[in-house]
Design a binder for this molecule. Structure first.
Ligand code: SME
Length: 141
């Protein structure tokens, strides 16, 4: 969190901040194959800065794990993506996923999406950490 604050300190450009935060998550969390942002733009999720393989660009709110997080405003901790109805397989290697909504003024403005090739890679501690990050950076993206 200190690193996230230091990286974004005094920087107002949303793309620059999301790019560095995606890289920071990638650097510090082991066993990821994708880490990045989708932003809510005109009522759908649109791909933002990320680390990983190229991904689907637009996701309807309510669709897949990211869409479920955006629709509900709730963190989605998915130990087995194959068991999640409507999961969107951007990278066939992904086995588990953590998606945390970013809220500003009570509205979901983006989600942070983390994928892993390991089953059940993410736990509630990871979720709490990414939720704290989401709160800290909501005004910066
Ligand atoms: N798996 C996600 C789609 C985004 S990619 O994983 C980068 C989903 O089901 O929402």
């Amino acid at each position: 969190m200190t690193a996230a604050r230091a990286l974004t300190d005094g920087e107002r450009d949303a793309v620059a901040n999301m790019a560095n935060l995606a890289a920071l998550i990638w650097q510090f969390l082991p066993a990821l194959n994708w880490a990045g942002f989708y932003r809510v733009i005109d009522g759908e999720l649109v791909l933002g800065p990320f680390v990983g393989k190229p991904a689907c660009i637009r996701i309807a709110i309510g669709q897949g794990v990211c869409g479920a997080a955006a629709a509900s405003g709730e963190t989605q901790l998915v130990p087995d993506v194959h068991a999640f109805p409507g999961h969107i397989a951007c990278d066939a290697d992904s086995r588990s996923e953590l998606v945390v909504p970013v809220r500003r003024d009570g509205m979901v403005i983006a989600v942070i999406d983390l994928d892993s090739p390991s089953p059940a890679r993410f736990d509630t501690e990871d979720a709490a950490g990414i939720e704290a990050l989401a709160d800290a950076i909501a005004m910066l993206i």
